[in-house]
Design a protein. Structure first.
Length: 227
């Protein structure tokens, strides 16, 4: 499903963001990627999204070798990924319904598919009553739930959540993590990049820990004592 095979990423200034990174995330797994700021977590996300390219090694996502992916194939590939960011990235002038529908328009969904799909994911995140609201009328937690609904409306096999609780209070953050866990139980592979130590410890999922560009731990459980 997600395979990093001896992946190295070195920038032009000489900084090595990833150094011989190897891991495999199977279909249906829930994995946390943790580590201190600058450890290389965000680089992994950018490589999966093809926003950057590795210096060495190979990356396979759903059987696709990203090194062989042509530029014109990028949009189709990225539609296989759901992406949730810390800053929500909602369209401020569109309603909740239209923010989610936008992701379906991109893949040329029919009006019938949109009328069925958007309410389904709004119900999944508990926001059916907010379909007509604008983002500025929502709390931070509600905006993040809209972002989750948008990421899932096309039923991607892989969901990447990059610090999804970073701007939220602890109670709201716990609700977001519970939704991510529910999404995973429905069969979606979930990879969550986070500093949220409490949630990692509570959920007892697989943890891949990065330190100075190297994987230093890959096991089931919470943060290590050193984090």
């Amino acid at each position: 499903m997600v395979f990093f095979n001896h992946v190295t990423k070195q920038y032009d200034n000489g900084i090595v963001a990833l150094d011989d990174v190897n891991f495999f995330v199977d279909k249906g797994e829930f994995v946390f990627i943790v580590g201190s700021s600058g450890a290389g977590k965000s680089t992994i996300t950018k490589l999966i999204l093809c926003e950057e390219h590795p210096t060495g090694g190979s990356i396979l996502i759903n059987g696709i070798n990203l090194s062989e992916l042509r530029h014109r194939e990028m949009p189709c590939y990225r539609r296989q990924l759901g992406m949730v960011f810390q800053d929500f990235r909602l369209l401020p002038n569109k309603s909740v319904f239209d923010n989610i529908a936008f992701a379906m328009h991109v893949r040329s969904a029919t009006a019938k598919e949109i009328r069925r799909g958007v309410p389904n994911v709004l119900a999944m995140v508990g926001l059916s009553a907010k379909a007509k609201a604008r983002p500025n009328q929502l709390s931070g937690g509600e905006q993040q739930r809209v972002a989750l609904a948008r990421a899932m409306v096309n039923n991607p096999p892989v969901l990447i959540a990059d610090e999804p609780t970073g701007n939220l209070d602890p109670t709201t953050a716990e609700g977001i993590m519970n939704i991510l866990e529910d999404i995973n139980k429905r069969g979606t592979t979930v990879i969550t990049v986070t500093h949220a130590q409490d949630h990692v410890n509570r959920m007892k999922k697989r943890v891949i820990e990065i330190d100075y560009g190297k994987i230093v731990r890959d096991e089931i459980g919470g943060y290590s004592n050193e984090c």
